[in-house]
Design a protein. Structure first.
Length: 168
């Protein structure tokens, strides 16, 4: 059980470090390549689509170049990258940590009554173990690991530490 929690925490920590180490945002994409640099407009027409940082009102530089200007895929890539700047990653990381904190296995000492399909939530006791003694999620009473925790780990399925038994 602890391996999944440890795995998710480590991935969230990696995501946070990456976001904090990246060029600060906001990141922006302007297909017209007109950026205000504080003094005058600068036209970036070197034939490349790019993602800039500093926002649309105060361009400070380019984060990346995605390809030739006017190429549809280069423009889509730039728009996507700009929409996933470090601030968004940090918000997603914090949301993941809150979800992880809610969805942990309930301690056996807090075991409630056996799961009961007639309970108001339809899941019975949200704490403790089920009638088979298997651990349950303290948040939703689902068998551990619950579907929400499996979903939280799923984006990291390509990581070498990810286990097939964690798949949703």
């Amino acid at each position: 059980m602890d391996e999944l929690i440890t795995f998710i925490r480590a991935r969230l920590d990696e995501d946070e470090r990456g976001a904090r180490d990246a060029t600060p945002g906001p990141w922006s994409y302007d297909p017209g390549k007109e950026w205000y640099d504080g003094d005058d407009f600068v036209t970036m027409t070197n034939g490349q689509e790019f993602v800039g940082y500093g926002g649309m009102s105060l361009f400070r530089g380019a984060v990346c170049i995605t390809g030739d200007a006017g190429h549809a895929q280069s423009a889509k890539d730039a728009e996507y990258i700009a929409g996933h700047d470090p601030a968004r990653t940090l918000r997603a990381t914090e949301a993941g940590r809150r979800t992880l904190a809610r969805h942990t296995p309930a301690p056996p000492a807090e075991a409630g009554p056996p799961l009961d399909a007639e309970s108001p939530s339809g899941a019975g006791s949200p704490s403790g173990a089920g009638p088979d003694g298997a651990p349950r999620c303290q948040y939703d009473g689902q068998p551990w690991p619950c579907p929400d925790l499996r979903d939280l780990a799923a984006p990291y399925a390509d990581h070498p530490g990810y286990r097939d038994e964690w798949r949703p």
